[in-house]
Design a protein around this ligand. Structure first.
Ligand code: GDP
Ligand code: MG
Length: 192
């Protein structure tokens, strides 16, 4: 599971040293069926298939992210795997999370409304957690497409969240999403 060692003789500045070998916990939250497991699988299985270790079991995946500055970050991605129905259990999932991907389905208005619940939960229990609003199933065109992007964006801005629209099916924005989340995590860890 170790990230690749820096080549010998490479000068690593202090900032990069701090970022190397960092671990982070990322949780996937949102209504059942919005595509949480699909997002995790798309990301972990498609993008860095040679370069990381995948652990499947209990909805838990790992990915090592190599960042632009050559530092790396190990993401432990926790997929709620059906526990979204048992909200008390979920508190065990998001305990000490560095980031939460609060996910809705762009064809389902109610799934965006549910995000308010998750935002409040996380803000009340894990106040330092980075929150990201993720509108998934972007590949599905009108008229099935129900959630107005402007409305979702306004929701994200109001709650100080990162916002992405994704498709686990086509892969659109999946890498960008995790890259941005990884960058924010490293920023917080190295600044604080
Ligand atoms: P979860 O309950 O949030 O983990 O949702 P799943 O990942 O199990 O996905 C629920 C259903 O939505 C499955 O049938 C997926 O194939 C489908 N799905 C997930 N992501 C996408 C997507 O981006 N586009 C489309 N068209 N379908 C998706
Ligand atoms: Mg699932």
């Amino acid at each position: 599971n170790e990230p690749k060692k820096q080549p010998e003789g490479l000068i690593v500045n202090n900032e990069q040293k701090k970022a190397l070998n960092l671990d982070a916990k990322v949780v996937l939250l949102g209504d059942s069926g919005v595509g949480k497991s699909s997002i995790a699988m798309r990301y972990v299985n498609n993008t860095f298939s040679e370069a990381f270790e995948v652990t499947i079991g209990g909805g838990y995946l790992q990915q090592i992210v190599r960042l632009k500055d050559n530092s790396s970050l190990k993401l432990d991605i926790w997929d709620t795997g059906g526990q979204e129905r048992f909200r008390a259990l979920l508190q065990l999932y998001y305990r000490d999370a560095n980031a939460a991907l609060i996910t809705y389905d762009v064809t389902n208005e109610r799934s965006l409304e549910s995000c308010e619940y998750w935002v409040n939960e996380l803000r009340n229990t894990e106040e330092n957690c980075i929150l990201c609003l993720v509108g998934n199933k972007l590949d599905i065109p009108a008229p099935e497409r129900k959630v107005d992007s402007k409305k979702a964006e306004a929701f994200a801005i109001k709650h100080g969240m990162i916002w992405f629209e994704t498709s686990a099916k086509t892969g659109e924005n999946i890498n960008k999403l995790f890259e941005k989340v990884a960058q924010e995590i490293v920023k917080r860890k190295t600044e604080g």
